[in-house]
Design a binder for this molecule. Structure first.
Ligand code: 9WO
Length: 248
């Protein structure tokens, strides 16, 4: 997959993209990430990327022309059309489901906003999707773009060992993780649940399933409405709700 990112701050991406999984995925050729400085697509002497809003008001708005020129430049480099995505608080909420949809694309072009926002004509004419990572005010779309790339790269074949599949699968199905422990078995008198040290893999599997359901019910009951549960899990969930299962 090829990902092009249009930003006023390309160096913000250096740290996160040059470590760990994203770094390795690039080295392996699983993902090709190209950063583009929006300022390089201006034509005036002052390299202007923003201007005052029509109609007045405080703050500045990102101009449409440099974004248009950046997109044209990138599209010439691409063999196939790329999906153009604006990171914005007004977009569709990023979920694991949406990430899984995006991983099917050959090429994505991400636009990071700054200032008070972008000229509406960018939305009207230049983009295919608008994505938000959540409802909070940020300074720009760069961190959201990094979040999207991180979530996406993990799903590309070969980017992560297959060890991830079971647990991320549980998240994908709409459930929270089960509790995890590692050595030592006792620290400061705090013990690891006996069942995990029993070596009984069937019991352990059942315990984890119940923990996932209990946690999701207690902390994120909203997830259960959409969760894909097996008939057995539905039965467990009913028993948990009735208070029949006490093992948390
Ligand atoms: C400004 C504002 C003013 C009044 C009421 C609500 C408001 N929200 C914002 C706002 O979010 N402004 C953006 C901040 C303007 C463009 C730069 N900023 C930004 C945030 N770019 N991208 C994001 C973002 C946030 C979450 N997910 C994806 C992108």
């Amino acid at each position: 997959m090829r990902i092009d990112i249009i930003t006023l701050f390309p160096s913000m991406f250096k740290g996160p993209f040059e470590e760990s999984i994203i770094k390795r995925a690039q080295q392996k050729g699983i993902v090709e990430i190209h950063l583009h400085n929006l300022r390089d697509f201006t034509t005036d002497r002052h390299r202007t990327v923003d201007d005052a809003p029509f109609g007045g008001g405080a703050g500045m708005v990102m101009k449409v022309e440099p974004i248009y020129r950046a997109l044209n430049h990138i599209k010439k480099e691409l063999k196939k059309e790329g999906k153009v995505i604006l990171l914005s608080p007004q977009g569709r909420k990023l979920t694991q489901e949406l990430v899984a949809e995006l991983k099917e694309e050959n090429s994505l072009i991400l636009i990071c906003g700054r200032y008070e926002g972008v000229d509406e004509r960018v939305r009207e004419h230049l983009i295919d999707k608008e994505i938000s990572i959540g409802d909070y005010v940020l300074s720009g779309g760069e961190l959201p773009a990094m979040v999207l790339v991180d979530a996406l790269v993990r799903l590309l074949p070969g980017a992560v060992g297959n060890e991830r599949s079971v647990r991320e699968n549980s998240f994908y199905r709409g459930l929270l993780d089960y509790p995890q422990y590692t050595r030592p078995a006792e620290f400061m008198g705090w013990k690891v649940p006996e069942v995990l040290r029993s070596g009984d893999h069937q019991k352990i599997e059942e315990w984890r399933r119940i923990q996932m359901l209990k946690r999701t019910l207690q902390r994120r009951a909203d997830l259960l409405e959409k969760a894909k549960l097996t008939p057995e899990e539905r039965k467990y969930l009913e028993e948990i709700k009735k208070g029949k299962i006490k093992n948390l």
